[in-house]
Design a protein around this ligand. Structure first.
Ligand code: NDP
Ligand code: GDR
Length: 371
């Protein structure tokens, strides 16, 4: 009998990669998607199956993490062997704008999943993966950060995820449920959401190289992140649920890089070197130091500046994870390093922007694709 998985957040970056991964493993995959006024299934359209054909193994259901009755009904119908709770309002800066909703979806939403499993008497059958985060560590107390590092969340998002972390531990201890936290450090890919910093950079660099955009703006260039590839990380989500005992796990590369260096690596992919041109405290401008005949870019043109609007009220300065436990007990290793990741993302965005350029040149679109 095929195993049955239920993925909340199936339309997101991780949900899409995890669906692909589980389908290849022979799972029946059920995903929770939100109703939206426009299609929101771009990342999983290649997995879509016509419900009128036989042998379907990928199903989508409408629902929301703020709606308990919907979640209870779906889990009752699906009877999942594994639940991957990936749905969340996942943008740290946006969480300062919508803190109450973030608490509801990310914090209480996790409780709704755990309690549905308990209420339906599925404690012995259903294993639960909770998408916990390195944002829990927040203000730097120790590096590298491991399963024993104390938490100090620095945003409404991180505080909501802290509730989710502890309610998962509590249900495991109180009701003998198989429920685990994967404390994942930042992971990115060509299908990363466009407003997270890595994707914002690779999109803007591609557009600038092709002459579709002059300049772009970022916030804190000094923040350091431990960036991995999402494909490596979804494999670990599955491995975490296959372990004999339910535990909490840090998944990270163990290397950290400032945002500024990620920008330089992205420009290097199109043969462009950046030069810093200080123009005052808040207006640190970067110009192109050389050009590449393959792309349209003037030497000396300002292509990046810092805009304080992207600064956060409280920032997480330095994340670097220690995944020794997962390496030793689960055999965790990553196939992509940061250079591979940047290459993969730049390849994807250059292709996308070339398509946009073609449409624009042909007069098929007048749309601007600025964030
Ligand atoms: P995304 O933002 O790409 O995807 C989030 C998913 O959650 C989307 O499918 C979104 O739907 C869905 N969602 C949001 N709010 C609700 C809601 N109220 N009800 C139902 N669905 C909802 O995130 P990622 O794929 O990058 O991350 C997956 C999970 O892992 C998240 O919980 C995130 O917080 C966590 N995480 C991510 C890390 C990373 O570096 N990527 C690191 C550590 C943890 P829609 O498409 O309609 O918006
Ligand atoms: P993060 O990711 O907050 O780590 O959360 P994000 O890419 O948004 O920010 C990383 C760092 O870059 C700095 N930064 C900017 N960030 C954005 N988004 N836009 C900018 O213009 C910009 N300029 C500088 C930020 O200040 C920050 O320091 C991600 C999310 O996926 C969470 O859901 C997840 O839990 C954590 O990673 C681990």
């Amino acid at each position: 009998m095929a195993k049955v998985a239920f993925i909340t957040g199936v339309t997101g970056q991780d949900g899409a990669y995890l669906s692909e991964f589980l389908l290849k493993k022979g799972y029946l995959v059920h995903g929770l998607k939100r109703r939206s006024s426009l299609f929101n299934t771009d990342r999983i359209d290649h997995l879509y199956q016509d419900p009128h054909v036989d042998h379907q193994n990928f199903y989508l259901h409408y629902g929301d993490m703020t709606d308990s009755t919907n979640l209870i009904r779906l889990i009752k119908e699906i009877q999942p062997d594994e639940i991957y709770n990936l749905a969340a309002m996942s943008h740290v800066q946006v969480s300062f704008e919508i803190p109450e909703y973030t608490g509801n979806a990310d914090g209480l939403g996790t409780l709704r999943i755990l309690d549905a499993v308990r209420l339906l008497g599925l404690e012995k059958k259903t294993r639960i993966y909770q998408a916990s985060t390195s944002e829990l560590y927040g203000k730097v107390q120790e590096v590298p950060q491991s399963e024993t590092t104390p938490f100090y969340p620095r945003s409404p998002y991180a505080v909501a995820k802290m509730y989710a972390y502890w309610i998962t531990v509590n249900y495991r201890e109180a009701y003998a449920m198989y429920a685990c936290n994967g404390i994942l450090f930042n992971h990115e890919s060509p299908i990363r959401g466009e407003t997270f910093v890595t994707r914002k950079i690779t999109r803007a660099v591609s557009r600038i190289a092709l002459g579709l955009q002059d300049k772009f703006y970022l916030g804190n260039l000094d923040a350091q992140r431990d960036w991995g590839h999402a494909k490596d990380y979804v494999r670990m989500m599955w491995m975490i649920l296959q372990a004999e005992e339910a535990e909490d796990w840090v998944i990270a590369t163990g290397k950290t890089t400032p945002v500024r260096d990620f920008v330089k690596m992205a420009f290097a992919e199109v043969g462009i070197e950046l030069e810093f041109k200080g123009t005052g405290e808040d207006e640190k401008g970067y110009v192109a130091k050389c050009s590449n005949p393959a792309y349209q870019l003037e030497i000396g043109k300002e292509i990046l500046a810092v805009d304080p609007r992207y600064f956060r009220p409280t920032e997480v300065d330095l994340l670097i994870g220690d995944a020794t436990k997962a390496k030793e007990k689960l055999g965790w290793e990553c196939q992509y390093d940061l250079q591979d990741l940047v290459k993969d993302m730049m390849k994807g965005d250059l292709k996308l922007m070339q398509e946009q350029q073609y449409l624009k040149d042909g007069g098929y679109t007048t749309m601007n694709y600025y964030e």
